[in-house]
Design a protein around this ligand. Structure first.
Ligand SMILES: NC(=O)c1ccc[n+]([C@@H]2O[C@H](COP(=O)([O-])OP(=O)(O)OC[C@H]3O[C@@H](n4cnc5c(N)ncnc54)[C@H](OP(=O)(O)O)[C@@H]3O)[C@@H](O)[C@H]2O)c1
Length: 271
């Protein structure tokens, strides 16, 4: 009888732990009426500021990064805000994307922000000495990763109230405004713009009514002092200012402006 009771309490304990594990990802925001946002590359730079400012708003945040164990600032943010959880996603590692999507299956994600990005080595993208393995790397992070994120997380976003898929693009993606240099980076962000605009149009005609309602965004965050771009001859803005403006632009996106390319100021960017 004693042994039976012990086994019974062990089983109950295991079941309760399992239920907590299942439920835990759902209980993100302090206030459950608040939306949820998932951000890639949120351990530093603009991504970190986006996570911090959404946390202040009381939203639920799935803050993803490549190496959570080294993300000290983000770990501290998670200690400060119980509405922020950290998950590992390397956008070039599709298994890591699938694992997080599976963990949050059934959890609506109001805003997915494809923020992670790399510039790539400047010297490797100069005419005459192109290093095409560097091109593959830049495309993998800036273009393929975001496309895969959309494919894997589309049902989470479609199940939400806001249904927004937002992408941190760049002014240098503008074909009209190009003045040369950084061929790989420019190409990767122009390809990001084209991919997301194409997906927006394609899904608008989907048989799935929830996909039809998805809102896509392409946002230039400004020239931001994050260490991303070095020796830039124009004044930079700080990451907190950029993130605050980007969040306003994200708020402003609706079905009418879906798939347009906007500056952090809200102005339309030329393609
Ligand atoms: N700063 C600017 O002036 C500027 C201008 C226009 C557009 N942007 C765009 O804004 C976005 C954020 O840039 P930032 O200025 O904040 O740059 P940043 O400070 O260099 O941050 C880049 C972020 O992307 C992450 N990342 C890189 N490769 C990744 C991968 N394979 N998987 C997941 N995460 C990865 C980095 O993580 P690790 O720490 O692990 O490397 C880091 O968190 C980028 O898309 C960039 O192209 C920036």
């Amino acid at each position: 009888m004693k042994a039976f009771k012990m086994v019974r309490s062990l089983v109950i304990g295991l079941v309760v732990t399992q239920i907590i594990t299942w439920v835990a990802p759902v209980v993100l925001a302090d206030d459950l009426t608040k939306p949820t946002v998932l951000i890639t590359g949120s351990n530093r730079g603009i991504g970190f500021e986006l996570a911090r400012q959404y946390a202040q708003r009381g939203w639920g945040i799935i803050a993803t990064c490549r190496t959570p164990e080294q993300a000290d600032a983000l770990q501290n943010l998670a200690l400060e805000y119980s509405n922020l959880v950290i998950e590992r996603i390397d956008v070039t590692d599709f298994d890591s994307i699938n694992t997080v999507a599976e963990k949050y299956r059934g959890v609506p994600i109001d805003v997915l922000i494809n923020n992670a990005g790399i510039l790539g080595d400047n010297d490797k993208q100069k005419f005459g000495t192109f290093d095409f393995s560097a091109f593959d790397e830049v495309m993998a992070v800036n273009t393929k990763g975001p496309i895969r994120m959309v494919e894997v997380f589309v049902d989470h976003v479609a199940a939400s109230d806001m249904k927004k898929i937002m992408n941190i693009s760049s002014a240098v993606a503008s074909i009209q405004m190009t003045f040369g240099g950084q061929v790989f980076y420019r190409a990767s962000k122009a390809a990001l713009n084209m991919s997301m605009r194409t997906l927006a149009k394609e899904l608008r005609h989907s048989d799935n009514p929830e996909y039809k309602a998805l809102i896509f965004g392409l946002i230039d965050p400004g020239v931001v002092d994050t260490g991303f771009a070095k020796n830039v001859p124009i004044p930079m803005i700080q990451a907190d200012e950029s993130a605050a403006a980007v969040i306003q632009v994200i708020d402003s996106y609706d079905r009418k402006t879906s798939a347009s390319f906007l500056r952090y100021t809200g102005q339309k960017m030329p393609w």
